[in-house]
Design a protein around this ligand. Structure first.
Ligand code: COA
Ligand code: AMP
Length: 248
């Protein structure tokens, strides 16, 4: 059966305003095009790409889930750094990653259009363009409707639906660990993902109203090119499991 990668992004006031993607069979194409086209509330430009999937990869969902609440951002960030250290990131490098997201990882303290790639031992930034970074694309749940229903029921949000599949693709591609919190000023929950950590949801990783955020992927310098290509180019379906444990 032929599958298609459908990717939408919309621009408002010259900036990226909305993005979403799916991998679907031919018979779902029209309904998904309508669904994605309806997503951005307002836009001056919307692009939808439909691309035939070549060489589909499939992986089970293996991340164990946990969640942690702290009474201050400082404690939550210290805990996130500690989890990264447990994944093999050097302490100073983990602290550098937290600082980077807090300050805004793009030049001028702005947010990036993708993720920072960072060597876990030297802390060197490896992405070619520090304003763009690298994006994880061409992935979806094998059964998105079921994944969405189960994740929302478990206490997750719409963002969690995408973030869990994204984190699974990152591990598949060889990212050692990941730190994320959103640049959305109203969304203060973030996560650390890694092979032994699984997906640890952590709140609050920033103060309400703070427009800074981003993602840091820890990748060994010698694996950079392979990992980057996998993140951006490999097609991947994450098998939807039958249950998710409560997220909060
Ligand atoms: N943030 C900011 N800008 C983005 C962007 C994002 N997430 N995605 C696309 N753009 C803009 C950029 O200007 C980009 O140019 P660049 O490559 O120089 O940065 C331009 O759109 C074209 O991007 P491209 O990668 O060719 O788009 P695409 O057709 O492959 O679609 C998206 C990618 C939009 C589907 C993907 O980036 C996305 O947003 N997915 C949403 C779900 C998701 O993964 N969310 C992660 C958080 S859980
Ligand atoms: P979000 O969770 O959508 O608020 O995104 C948080 C940050 O992650 C953004 O500021 C980007 O730097 C980065 N980002 C967004 N989409 C992707 C993606 N598909 N892959 C990697 N990084 C991303």
């Amino acid at each position: 059966m032929k599958l298609y990668s459908v990717r939408m992004h919309a621009v408002k006031d010259g900036r990226h305003a909305s993005g979403a993607e799916r991998i679907v069979p031919r018979e779902k194409l029209e309904s998904v095009l309508v669904e994605l086209a309806r997503r951005p509330k307002a836009f001056e430009l919307m692009r939808i790409t439909v691309e035939e999937v070549k060489e589909l990869n499939r992986v089970p969902f293996t991340l164990k889930l946990s969640s942690y609440r702290f009474s201050s951002v400082k404690e939550a960030r210290a805990f996130a750094a500690e989890l990264l250290v447990r994944e093999g990131v050097k302490k100073e490098v983990a602290e550098k990653a937290v600082r980077l997201l807090a300050e805004g990882p793009a030049p001028g303290g702005r947010v990036m259009r993708g993720a920072v790639l960072m060597d876990p031992v030297t802390g060197e930034r490896l992405e070619e363009d520090p304003s763009r970074g690298v994006r994880t694309v061409r992935f979806d749940w094998s059964d998105r409707e079921k994944a969405r229903e189960l994740i929302l029921k478990a206490g997750g949000t719409e963002r969690t639906v995408d973030a869990l599949a994204l984190a699974q693709k990152n591990l598949f591609c060889g990212v050692l660990a990941e730190l994320c919190w959103s640049d959305d000023p109203s969304y203060v929950t973030g996560y650390v993902a890694g092979r032994s950590t699984g997906y640890a949801r952590i709140t609050p990783l920033k103060e309400k109203g703070d427009p800074k955020g981003g993602r840091v992927y820890f990748v060994k310098k010698e694996e950079l090119e392979r990992v980057r290509r996998c993140l951006e180019e490999a097609f991947l379906l994450v098998e939807t499991p039958d249950t998710f444990p409560p997220l909060f």
